[in-house]
Design a protein around this ligand. Structure first.
Ligand code: ATP
Ligand code: FE
Length: 332
C-alpha cells in the first residue's frame, strides 16, 4: 500500500508518501509572508498553497523514490482549518485521484496530530491520553483506538499556541512566536509570576493570562520604558513556565481521574522544550509512560495525515469524489 497525503489546513503546504505504514517522505513548504502581518492572512495563505502544492507533491514523490503510478490512494485533510486553504488541498487531491483512478481518503486534522505518534516507535498503547496543543486547539483526548477518541476537556477561549503567539506579538516578536519564546526562555529565569486561571474540570482558559501579561507589561513600561527589552528572556521564561504548568496540571488531573498512565502530547506546542521537559519530570513522579513526537511531527505536516489515512485504508474507509472541505469538522 502506497499513499500520497496532502495537508493544507492553515499556512503550511505539505505532502508525504507512506508505504506499508512507513513514512518515506514528509515535505513542508512554510509561508514566510505571514511574518509581515503578525499572523496568518487567509487569502494570502490560500494563494501560497496554490503556488506551493505542485512543487511540494513532486518533491515528496521524488524524496520517496515513488512514481505516482504506484500510488494506492490519495489522502488529504478535509478539516478543520481555513476554508480557502483546505479548498486547495482537497481540490488537488480530488483531481489527482480522478486522473489516476484511485480512491480518496479524508482525514481529520486533529485526529492526525494525535495519530502522528504511530509514525515512529515507541508507540503509545490504547487507551492513552493525548494533550493536543496547537495554534487553534488545546484538548485532552482519551484515545481508545485510532478512530475512537473522546475529548475530555478543551479550551473555552484561546488555544495554548495562540497564547504564545499573542504574547509574542505584545513583545514585538515575529510570528509564529512559540518557537521564538521557547528559544529566549532558555536564556531566562521565570521570575515574573503570571496568574493561573481557575477553570473547573479538565477545561482550559488562556485569555485571562493574555490580558494579565498585557496589563503587567503596560504598567512596567510606564515606569521603565526599556522594561521589555531589558527583561525579554525572563518574561519569555515566565510566560512559558505558566502556560506549561497550566497544561500539565490538567493533564495530571485527567490521568488521576481516568487511571490512564499512557500519556502523549501532540500539536505544534508539543515542540516546546519546557513542555517536553515538564512532561518527562511529571511522568517520572506519576509513573507514566510518556510519548513525545519528533519535531517534524509536531507542527503541521502531511506525514501525520498519511499515518491516519493508512489506518483508514486498512478499514476500507474511503471518501467519494463529491467530498467538500469543512472549516469546522466534529472530532470522531
Ligand atoms: P490547529 O492544529 O489547531 O488547526 P495549527 O495547525 O495552526 O492549528 P500547529 O501547526 O499544530 O497549529 O502548531 C502551530 C502552533 O505551535 C503555533 O501557535 C506556534 O507558535 C506553536 N509552536 C510551534 N513551536 C513551538 C514551540 N517550540 N514552543 C511553543 N509553541 C510552539
Ligand atoms: Fe495543526
Amino acid at each position: 500500500i502506497t499513499l500520497l497525503a496532502i495537508e493544507s489546513s492553515c499556512d503550511d503546504t505539505s505532502a508525504a508518501v507512506l508505504r506499508d505504514g512507513e513514512v518515506l517522505s514528509n515535505c513542508v513548504a512554510n509561508q514566510e509572508a505571514h511574518r509581515l502581518y503578525g499572523g496568518v492572512v487567509p487569502e494570502v495563505a490560500s494563494r501560497a498553497h496554490q503556488v506551493n502544492i505542485i512543487p511540494v507533491v513532486d518533491l515528496a514523490l521524488k524524496d520517496a523514490g515513488v512514481d505516482k503510478s504506484e500510488l494506492s490512494a490519495i489522502a488529504f485533510t478535509r478539516g478543520p482549518g481555513l476554508l480557502g486553504s483546505l479548498i486547495v488541498g482537497v481540490s488537488f487531491a480530488k483531481a489527482l485521484g480522478l486522473s489516476l483512478n484511485i480512491p480518496l481518503i479524508e482525514v481529520h486534522h486533529m485526529q492526525a496530530h494525535i495519530l502522528a505518534h504511530f509514525a515512529e516507535d515507541p508507540k503509545p498503547a490504547f487507551p492513552f491520553l493525548c494533550l493536543t496543543v496547537s495554534g487553534g486547539h488545546t484538548q485532552i483526548v482519551q484515545v481508545n483506538s485510532p478512530f475512537d477518541m473522546a475529548v475530555l476537556g478543551q479550551t473555552i477561549d484561546d488555544a495554548a499556541g495562540e497564547a504564545f503567539d499573542k504574547t509574542g506579538k505584545m513583545l514585538g516578536l515575529p510570528y509564529p512566536s512559540g518557537p521564538v519564546i521557547d528559544q529566549l526562555a532558555q536564556k531566562g529565569t521565570p521570575k515574573f509570576d503570571f496568574p493561573e486561571p481557575r477553570i473547573p474540570g479538565l477545561d482550559f482558559s488562556f485569555s485571562g493570562l493574555k490580558t494579565a501579561i498585557l496589563y503587567y507589561l503596560q504598567k512596567q513600561v510606564r515606569a521603565e520604558p526599556d522594561f521589555v527589552k531589558d527583561n525579554l528572556n525572563d518574561i519569555c521564561a515566565s510566560v512559558q513556565e505558566r502556560i506549561v504548568t497550566i497544561l500539565l496540571k490538567k493533564l495530571r488531573k485527567a490521568s488521576r481521574q481516568t487511571g490512564i498512565k499512557e500519556i502523549a502530547i501532540a500539536g505544534g506546542v508539543s515542540a516546546n522544550s519546557g513542555l517536553r521537559a515538564g512532561l518527562k519530570a511529571m511522568g517520572g513522579k506519576e509513573g507514566w509512560n510518556t510519548y513525545i513526537p519528533a519535531f517534524e511531527y509536531c507542527t503541521d505536516n502531511a506525514g501525520m495525515i498519511a499515518v491516519a489515512a493508512y489506518y483508514k485504508y486498512l478499514n476500507g474507509d474511503f471518501t467519494s469524489q463529491s467530498v467538500q472541505p469543512a472549516a469546522r469538522l466534529p472530532q470522531s
